[in-house]
Design a protein around this ligand. Sequence first.
Ligand code: PLP
Length: 310
Amino acid sequence: MATPYAYFKKEFVPLAEAKIGIMTHAFNYGTGVFEGIRGNWNEDEDQVYIFRVKEHYDRLRKSCKIMRIEFPYETEELVSMTTRLVEMSDMHEDVYIRPLAYKSAEVLGVRLHDLEDDFLIFVAPFGPYLDLEKGARCQTSSWRRVADTGIPARAKITGIYANSALAKTEAQLNGFDEAIMLDERGHISEGSGENIFIVMDGKLITPPPSSDILVGITRDTVMTLAREELGMDVIERDIDRTELYIADECFMTGTAAHVTPVVELDRRLIGDGKMGPVAAELVRLYFDIIKGKNAKYAPWCTPCYSRVKA
Ligand SMILES: Cc1ncc(COP(=O)(O)O)c(C=O)c1O
Protein backbone atom coordinates (compact mmCIF):
# COMPACT_ATOMS: atom_id res chain seq x y z
CA MET A 1 0.00 0.00 0.00
CA ALA A 2 1.27 3.45 -0.89
CA THR A 3 1.85 5.74 2.11
CA PRO A 4 2.58 9.29 0.99
CA TYR A 5 5.64 10.87 2.59
CA ALA A 6 6.76 14.47 2.85
CA TYR A 7 10.10 16.19 3.27
CA PHE A 8 9.36 18.55 6.14
CA LYS A 9 11.62 20.42 8.57
CA LYS A 10 14.67 18.66 7.06
CA GLU A 11 13.29 15.12 7.55
CA PHE A 12 11.31 12.57 5.59
CA VAL A 13 8.06 11.93 7.49
CA PRO A 14 4.65 10.41 6.67
CA LEU A 15 2.54 13.14 5.03
CA ALA A 16 -0.04 12.84 7.82
CA GLU A 17 2.59 13.99 10.35
CA ALA A 18 3.71 17.09 8.42
CA LYS A 19 1.79 19.98 10.02
CA ILE A 20 2.42 23.73 10.22
CA GLY A 21 1.38 26.11 12.98
CA ILE A 22 -1.56 28.45 12.44
CA MET A 23 0.63 31.57 12.83
CA THR A 24 2.93 30.53 9.97
CA HIS A 25 3.64 33.68 7.94
CA ALA A 26 3.09 32.02 4.55
CA PHE A 27 -0.31 30.69 5.66
CA ASN A 28 -1.41 34.13 6.85
CA TYR A 29 0.05 36.29 4.06
CA GLY A 30 0.58 34.03 1.02
CA THR A 31 4.37 34.39 1.25
CA GLY A 32 5.38 31.04 -0.19
CA VAL A 33 6.56 29.96 -3.63
CA PHE A 34 6.00 26.53 -5.06
CA GLU A 35 6.19 24.16 -7.97
CA GLY A 36 3.84 21.58 -9.41
CA ILE A 37 5.79 18.70 -10.93
CA ARG A 38 4.41 15.54 -12.43
CA GLY A 39 5.74 12.06 -12.00
CA ASN A 40 4.36 10.00 -14.86
CA TRP A 41 3.67 6.30 -14.50
CA ASN A 42 5.19 3.96 -17.09
CA GLU A 43 3.43 0.65 -16.63
CA ASP A 44 5.72 -1.37 -18.92
CA GLU A 45 8.78 -0.44 -16.88
CA ASP A 46 7.05 -0.23 -13.47
CA GLN A 47 8.64 3.20 -13.20
CA VAL A 48 7.66 6.78 -12.36
CA TYR A 49 9.42 9.37 -14.53
CA ILE A 50 9.57 12.92 -13.17
CA PHE A 51 9.27 15.44 -15.98
CA ARG A 52 11.79 18.28 -16.33
CA VAL A 53 12.48 18.31 -12.61
CA LYS A 54 15.61 20.48 -12.96
CA GLU A 55 13.70 23.18 -14.85
CA HIS A 56 11.05 23.20 -12.11
CA TYR A 57 13.69 23.70 -9.42
CA ASP A 58 15.36 26.42 -11.53
CA ARG A 59 12.02 28.26 -11.66
CA LEU A 60 11.54 27.77 -7.90
CA ARG A 61 14.95 29.35 -7.32
CA LYS A 62 13.89 32.40 -9.37
CA SER A 63 10.58 32.63 -7.47
CA CYS A 64 12.57 32.55 -4.19
CA LYS A 65 14.79 35.37 -5.40
CA ILE A 66 11.79 37.57 -6.20
CA MET A 67 10.20 36.82 -2.81
CA ARG A 68 13.46 37.02 -0.80
CA ILE A 69 13.16 33.42 0.39
CA GLU A 70 16.44 31.78 1.26
CA PHE A 71 16.88 28.57 -0.72
CA PRO A 72 20.20 26.93 0.11
CA TYR A 73 19.79 23.71 -1.90
CA GLU A 74 21.75 22.45 -4.91
CA THR A 75 19.68 21.16 -7.81
CA GLU A 76 21.21 17.66 -7.65
CA GLU A 77 20.29 17.43 -3.96
CA LEU A 78 16.72 18.53 -4.73
CA VAL A 79 16.37 15.97 -7.50
CA SER A 80 17.53 13.13 -5.28
CA MET A 81 15.23 14.26 -2.43
CA THR A 82 12.34 14.26 -4.88
CA THR A 83 12.97 10.81 -6.34
CA ARG A 84 13.51 9.45 -2.84
CA LEU A 85 10.16 10.81 -1.74
CA VAL A 86 8.31 9.04 -4.56
CA GLU A 87 10.23 5.84 -3.90
CA MET A 88 9.50 5.97 -0.14
CA SER A 89 5.82 6.65 -0.85
CA ASP A 90 5.81 3.53 -3.05
CA MET A 91 3.51 5.12 -5.61
CA HIS A 92 2.91 3.24 -8.84
CA GLU A 93 0.64 5.70 -10.62
CA ASP A 94 0.71 9.29 -11.90
CA VAL A 95 1.82 11.55 -9.07
CA TYR A 96 2.00 15.26 -8.35
CA ILE A 97 5.00 16.62 -6.51
CA ARG A 98 4.70 19.87 -4.63
CA PRO A 99 7.91 21.59 -3.47
CA LEU A 100 7.18 24.73 -1.45
CA ALA A 101 9.65 27.28 -0.07
CA TYR A 102 8.01 29.61 2.39
CA LYS A 103 8.21 32.17 5.15
CA SER A 104 7.97 29.77 8.07
CA ALA A 105 8.29 32.29 10.93
CA GLU A 106 5.31 32.21 13.28
CA VAL A 107 5.07 35.97 13.69
CA LEU A 108 2.65 38.69 12.71
CA GLY A 109 3.69 41.48 10.35
CA VAL A 110 3.44 41.95 6.59
CA ARG A 111 6.93 41.99 5.09
CA LEU A 112 9.47 39.72 3.42
CA HIS A 113 12.61 40.60 5.38
CA ASP A 114 13.80 39.37 8.80
CA LEU A 115 11.75 36.18 8.70
CA GLU A 116 12.81 32.54 8.82
CA ASP A 117 12.31 30.47 5.68
CA ASP A 118 11.79 26.76 5.27
CA PHE A 119 11.29 24.28 2.46
CA LEU A 120 9.06 21.23 2.13
CA ILE A 121 8.06 18.74 -0.54
CA PHE A 122 5.04 16.49 -0.59
CA VAL A 123 3.70 14.00 -3.08
CA ALA A 124 0.13 12.97 -3.90
CA PRO A 125 -1.59 10.74 -6.49
CA PHE A 126 -2.78 12.87 -9.40
CA GLY A 127 -4.73 11.75 -12.46
CA PRO A 128 -6.06 13.88 -15.34
CA TYR A 129 -7.03 17.50 -14.54
CA LEU A 130 -9.04 18.60 -17.60
CA ASP A 131 -10.82 16.32 -20.08
CA LEU A 132 -8.29 16.11 -22.87
CA GLU A 133 -10.49 14.11 -25.26
CA LYS A 134 -13.52 16.39 -24.99
CA GLY A 135 -11.44 19.55 -24.67
CA ALA A 136 -12.21 22.55 -22.48
CA ARG A 137 -15.13 24.95 -22.82
CA CYS A 138 -13.77 28.29 -21.64
CA GLN A 139 -14.91 31.72 -20.66
CA THR A 140 -13.00 34.99 -20.81
CA SER A 141 -12.74 35.83 -17.15
CA SER A 142 -14.04 39.07 -15.69
CA TRP A 143 -10.93 38.83 -13.47
CA ARG A 144 -7.74 40.26 -14.97
CA ARG A 145 -4.41 38.49 -14.51
CA VAL A 146 -2.37 40.22 -11.82
CA ALA A 147 0.28 42.49 -13.33
CA ASP A 148 4.02 42.41 -12.69
CA THR A 149 3.47 45.79 -11.00
CA GLY A 150 1.14 44.09 -8.46
CA ILE A 151 2.15 40.50 -7.83
CA PRO A 152 4.66 39.16 -10.38
CA ALA A 153 3.09 36.25 -12.26
CA ARG A 154 6.49 34.94 -13.36
CA ALA A 155 6.97 33.85 -9.73
CA LYS A 156 4.79 30.95 -8.65
CA ILE A 157 3.65 32.59 -5.41
CA THR A 158 1.07 30.88 -3.21
CA GLY A 159 -0.83 34.15 -2.67
CA ILE A 160 -1.17 34.75 -6.41
CA TYR A 161 -3.46 31.74 -6.63
CA ALA A 162 -6.30 33.77 -5.11
CA ASN A 163 -6.40 35.44 -8.56
CA SER A 164 -6.53 32.03 -10.29
CA ALA A 165 -9.16 30.71 -7.86
CA LEU A 166 -11.45 33.72 -8.42
CA ALA A 167 -11.28 33.13 -12.17
CA LYS A 168 -11.65 29.33 -12.03
CA THR A 169 -14.67 29.39 -9.72
CA GLU A 170 -16.39 32.10 -11.74
CA ALA A 171 -15.93 30.01 -14.90
CA GLN A 172 -17.06 26.74 -13.34
CA LEU A 173 -20.11 28.23 -11.61
CA ASN A 174 -21.04 29.76 -14.96
CA GLY A 175 -20.96 26.26 -16.48
CA PHE A 176 -17.53 26.35 -18.17
CA ASP A 177 -14.47 24.17 -17.57
CA GLU A 178 -11.79 26.83 -17.37
CA ALA A 179 -11.20 30.60 -17.36
CA ILE A 180 -8.97 32.52 -19.73
CA MET A 181 -7.71 35.74 -18.18
CA LEU A 182 -6.69 38.93 -19.96
CA ASP A 183 -3.75 40.97 -18.78
CA GLU A 184 -4.27 44.54 -17.54
CA ARG A 185 -3.82 45.85 -21.11
CA GLY A 186 -6.60 43.56 -22.33
CA HIS A 187 -4.50 40.99 -24.17
CA ILE A 188 -4.74 37.23 -23.61
CA SER A 189 -2.64 36.22 -20.62
CA GLU A 190 -3.34 32.66 -19.45
CA GLY A 191 -5.77 30.20 -17.88
CA SER A 192 -6.10 29.79 -14.12
CA GLY A 193 -3.29 27.23 -14.26
CA GLU A 194 -2.34 26.93 -17.94
CA ASN A 195 -0.59 28.81 -20.73
CA ILE A 196 -2.45 29.46 -23.98
CA PHE A 197 -1.53 28.73 -27.60
CA ILE A 198 -3.31 29.36 -30.88
CA VAL A 199 -2.64 27.96 -34.34
CA MET A 200 -3.21 30.43 -37.18
CA ASP A 201 -2.17 29.93 -40.80
CA GLY A 202 0.19 27.11 -39.83
CA LYS A 203 1.99 29.16 -37.14
CA LEU A 204 1.96 28.53 -33.42
CA ILE A 205 1.40 31.72 -31.42
CA THR A 206 1.54 32.25 -27.64
CA PRO A 207 1.57 35.31 -25.36
CA PRO A 208 5.03 36.55 -24.25
CA PRO A 209 6.20 36.62 -20.60
CA SER A 210 5.35 40.35 -20.58
CA SER A 211 1.64 39.37 -20.78
CA ASP A 212 1.91 38.49 -17.07
CA ILE A 213 2.09 34.74 -17.54
CA LEU A 214 3.79 32.10 -15.48
CA VAL A 215 6.46 31.06 -17.96
CA GLY A 216 5.40 27.43 -18.16
CA ILE A 217 7.65 24.43 -18.51
CA THR A 218 4.99 22.64 -20.56
CA ARG A 219 4.83 25.82 -22.68
CA ASP A 220 8.56 25.50 -23.34
CA THR A 221 8.15 21.77 -24.06
CA VAL A 222 5.41 22.41 -26.63
CA MET A 223 7.35 25.27 -28.25
CA THR A 224 10.38 22.99 -28.59
CA LEU A 225 8.34 20.12 -30.04
CA ALA A 226 6.49 22.39 -32.47
CA ARG A 227 9.78 23.81 -33.78
CA GLU A 228 11.87 20.66 -33.78
CA GLU A 229 9.40 17.89 -34.50
CA LEU A 230 6.67 19.66 -36.48
CA GLY A 231 8.92 22.27 -38.17
CA MET A 232 6.51 25.07 -37.23
CA ASP A 233 7.22 28.75 -36.71
CA VAL A 234 6.57 29.57 -33.06
CA ILE A 235 5.83 33.21 -32.30
CA GLU A 236 5.55 34.94 -28.92
CA ARG A 237 3.40 38.06 -29.31
CA ASP A 238 0.41 39.85 -27.81
CA ILE A 239 -2.83 38.07 -28.67
CA ASP A 240 -6.26 39.70 -28.73
CA ARG A 241 -9.28 37.94 -27.24
CA THR A 242 -11.06 37.79 -30.60
CA GLU A 243 -8.08 36.12 -32.26
CA LEU A 244 -8.98 33.06 -30.21
CA TYR A 245 -12.52 33.12 -31.65
CA ILE A 246 -11.17 32.89 -35.20
CA ALA A 247 -8.10 30.73 -34.59
CA ASP A 248 -7.77 27.41 -36.44
CA GLU A 249 -6.92 25.77 -33.12
CA CYS A 250 -6.44 26.78 -29.52
CA PHE A 251 -5.03 24.75 -26.66
CA MET A 252 -3.79 25.11 -23.09
CA THR A 253 -0.62 23.69 -21.60
CA GLY A 254 0.37 23.01 -18.02
CA THR A 255 1.80 20.37 -15.74
CA ALA A 256 -1.72 19.58 -14.49
CA ALA A 257 -3.58 20.12 -17.78
CA HIS A 258 -0.92 18.54 -20.06
CA VAL A 259 -1.97 19.71 -23.56
CA THR A 260 -5.74 20.29 -23.54
CA PRO A 261 -7.64 21.69 -26.54
CA VAL A 262 -9.84 24.73 -25.98
CA VAL A 263 -12.87 23.80 -28.08
CA GLU A 264 -15.10 26.72 -27.17
CA LEU A 265 -14.59 30.27 -25.88
CA ASP A 266 -17.43 32.60 -24.84
CA ARG A 267 -19.96 30.30 -26.57
CA ARG A 268 -18.15 30.32 -29.90
CA LEU A 269 -16.70 27.10 -31.25
CA ILE A 270 -13.00 27.29 -32.00
CA GLY A 271 -12.24 25.66 -35.37
CA ASP A 272 -14.72 22.80 -35.67
CA GLY A 273 -15.02 22.44 -31.88
CA LYS A 274 -12.73 19.39 -31.70
CA MET A 275 -9.05 18.73 -31.09
CA GLY A 276 -7.21 20.05 -34.17
CA PRO A 277 -4.38 18.31 -36.06
CA VAL A 278 -1.53 20.32 -34.49
CA ALA A 279 -2.79 19.69 -30.95
CA ALA A 280 -3.33 16.00 -31.78
CA GLU A 281 0.24 15.61 -33.00
CA LEU A 282 1.65 17.47 -29.98
CA VAL A 283 -0.45 15.34 -27.61
CA ARG A 284 0.85 12.16 -29.25
CA LEU A 285 4.50 13.25 -28.95
CA TYR A 286 4.07 14.73 -25.46
CA PHE A 287 2.55 11.68 -23.77
CA ASP A 288 5.28 9.38 -25.08
CA ILE A 289 7.93 11.82 -23.92
CA ILE A 290 6.62 12.40 -20.39
CA LYS A 291 6.38 8.65 -19.77
CA GLY A 292 10.02 8.22 -20.77
CA LYS A 293 9.21 6.42 -24.04
CA ASN A 294 11.10 8.72 -26.43
CA ALA A 295 14.88 8.24 -26.26
CA LYS A 296 15.61 11.65 -27.81
CA TYR A 297 13.95 13.40 -24.89
CA ALA A 298 15.09 10.99 -22.16
CA PRO A 299 17.16 13.76 -20.46
CA TRP A 300 13.84 15.43 -19.56
CA CYS A 301 12.72 12.35 -17.59
CA THR A 302 14.15 11.34 -14.21
CA PRO A 303 13.34 7.80 -12.99
CA CYS A 304 12.34 7.44 -9.33
CA TYR A 305 12.77 3.76 -8.70
CA SER A 306 16.45 2.96 -8.55
CA ARG A 307 16.03 -0.66 -9.63
CA VAL A 308 15.46 0.60 -13.20
CA LYS A 309 18.43 2.35 -14.72
CA ALA A 310 17.90 5.62 -16.60
C1 PLP B 1 -0.98 30.25 -13.60
C2 PLP B 1 -0.28 29.16 -14.31
N1 PLP B 1 0.08 29.34 -15.59
C3 PLP B 1 0.71 28.38 -16.29
C4 PLP B 1 1.02 27.16 -15.73
C5 PLP B 1 1.73 26.13 -16.53
O1 PLP B 1 3.05 25.99 -16.09
P1 PLP B 1 3.81 24.60 -16.20
O2 PLP B 1 3.69 24.17 -17.60
O3 PLP B 1 5.20 24.91 -15.80
O4 PLP B 1 3.12 23.67 -15.27
C6 PLP B 1 0.65 26.93 -14.40
C7 PLP B 1 0.96 25.66 -13.76
O5 PLP B 1 1.86 25.54 -13.00
C8 PLP B 1 0.00 27.94 -13.67
O6 PLP B 1 -0.36 27.75 -12.40
